[in-house]
Design a protein around this ligand. Structure first.
Ligand code: BES
Ligand code: MN
Ligand code: ZN
Length: 498
């Protein structure tokens, strides 16, 4: 979709559709009022007749509204004015874009972007609108022989701003929104791909292609390289798989070379059967999404490179399948991680932490400023937080605070969970330095505690995205989360937010 920014009156737009908002109890927003005045009360009359009450989620499409230069006017219900906040703003944009996609209009001028949202400025409104519009029109149909084509899809969206002096800020926000949405689309595509296509080698190839296109550094470590580094924990997960594991490293340099990089580590289990601790059959297909951490860090570095942020960013992806087989790791096996710490593997389905711990040890060599790992790590996190918030853990409170704030701003929220020492006891093993599971309770926390034993040398945060990375059910699909959270954090770090 093509985007542009414009400041001007709605009645003077020569577009196929002009979109304005109406609050509940039939109160017109300013752009709707301007259209009403230009048309001699035409819109007000329709509203008084009760065809549009302004309830959230409702729309009314009007044709040939007098006094306007556009073909159509789309009224969008905004709910009660006193309740209108970030969430309602996002819902209104989503409803508008979905509806526009179903009308005959190829282009539209949207004036909902002029609505005041508490604590948020014009840049936020433009960025969010762009992200939501592209998210709402995302499709994944490359494996359908007959695509369900949209009859006349929306091709061009003009975003209204109230004042001319907001144009520069809005243009920059638009570019940011497009970069973030592109990163999300990449994350969604990789997540949605079937696991026979999206395997470790495929992820490596895509990373190399990105490096070529964006001018990133790229290094792929093979099994032999990992053996030399002593990554026995990571390799123990790959034992049962026929597909060879890969450790993917991508580097973006946007600041001087001496500046310490931020490092993102993404769990890249391209299919998680559980291994010998085999998962039940129901919904096992969804374990193709077990590489969504990897997909999200790739999406984030893509967005960062597109925005040319002035910081250094390194992405590390341990990629493997988790399969059963004659050579697979057994419950009871003890492995030595790259850090030298030994691990008794009591459940081969707790494989995410086993690949992440070696990737986190590997991160040390980049002398990182901060390390954030992203992983579909535990079913327990889904039980705790559902699909609304990602679980956030950190060994530094300031880092947790910054990430929570970035999530709020992006409306891609996380919730801070405890990482107290008291939980560490649950990982005791009679035979090794630690076990890879912590028992029935507090599973998201004990998984994070396990990782914390490999992150003593740097500021570190962990995002458990098991509940937020994809949706199940009728609208099954990857969400692209937490690309918005991560990119907003990095925008903040690069001094590009407020
Ligand atoms: N990839 C799963 C976590 C997961 C499960 C994400 C369901 C989303 C939905 C992870 O590898 C896993 O299997 N974790 C186990 C850990 C347990 C054995 C301690 C889990 O959560 O059941
Ligand atoms: Mn597992
Ligand atoms: Zn897993």
């Amino acid at each position: 979709m093509e985007f542009s920014i414009k400041s001007g009156s709605p009645e003077k737009q020569r577009s196929a559709c002009v979109v304005v908002g109406v609050f509940e109890s039939r109160k017109l927003t300013l752009p709707a009022e301007l259209l009403d005045k230009a048309g001699g009360g035409y819109i007000g009359d329709i509203i008084r007749r009760g065809d549009m009450e302004g309830k959230s989620g409702t729309t009314l499409l009007l044709h040939n509204v007098p006094g306007t230069l556009c073909d159509r006017v789309l009224l969008v219900g905004l709910g009660k004015e006193k309740d209108f906040r970030e969430k309602e703003f996002g819902q209104a944009i989503r409803t508008a874009v979905k509806t526009l996609n179903e009308t005959g209009a190829f282009d539209a001028s949207i004036f909902l972007t002029e609505l005041a949202v508490k604590k948020r400025d014009v840049a936020w409104r433009i960025r969010q609108t762009t992200i939501i519009a592209l998210d709402a029109t995302y499709r994944f149909d490359q494996f359908k022989s007959k695509k369900d084509e949209v009859r006349r899809p929306l091709r061009k969206l003009t975003l209204g701003v109230e004042r001319r002096n907001e144009l520069t800020l809005a243009e920059e926000a638009l570019a940011q929104g497009q970069a973030i949405a592109e990163g999300m689309a990449l994350a969604k595509d990789l997540g949605n791909l079937p696991p026979n296509v999206c395997n470790p080698a495929y992820l490596a190839t895509r990373a190399q292609a990105m490096a070529g296109e964006l001018g990133l550094n790229c290094e792929i470590l093979e099994r032999a390289d990992m053996e030399k580094l002593g990554m026995q924990s990571l390799l123990s997960v790959a034992n049962g798989a026929h597909q060879p594991p890969k450790l993917i490293v991508l580097g973006y340099q946007g600041a001087r070379s001496g500046e310490k990089p931020l490092v993102l580590v993404g769990k890249g289990v391209t299919f998680d059967t559980g291994g010998i601790s085999l998962k039940p059959a129901a919904e096992m297909d969804e374990m193709k999404y077990d590489m969504c951490g990897a997909a999200s860090v790739l999406g984030t570095i893509l967005a960062v490179a597109r925005m040319k942020l002035s910081l250094n960013l390194t992405v590390i992806i341990p990629a493997t399948e988790n399969m059963p087989g004659g050579n697979a790791t057994r419950p009871g096996d003890i492995v030595t991680s790259m850090s030298g710490q030994t691990i008794e593997i009591l459940n081969t389905d707790a494989e995410g932490r086993l690949i992440l711990c070696d990737a986190l040890s590997y991160a040390e060599r980049f002398e990182p400023d901060t390390v954030i790992d992203v992983a579909t790590l535990t079913g327990a996190c889904v039980v705790a937080l559902g699909g609304i918030a990602s679980g956030l853990f950190a060994n530094k409170d300031g880092l947790a605070r910054d990430l929570l704030e970035a999530g709020d701003e992006a409306h891609d929220r996380a919730w801070h969970m405890p990482l107290w020492d008291d939980y560490q006891e649950l990982l005791k093993s009679p035979f090794a330095d630690m076990a890879n599971i912590g028992g029935r309770y507090g599973g998201a926390i004990t998984a994070a505690c396990f990782l914390s034993r490999f992150t003593k040398k740097f500021d570190w945060a962990h995002l458990d995205i098991a509940g937020t990375a994809w949706k199940s059910g009728a609208d099954k699909g990857a969400t692209g989360r937490p690309v918005p959270l991560l990119t907003h954090y990095l925008l903040q770090r690069a001094g590009k937010l407020n």
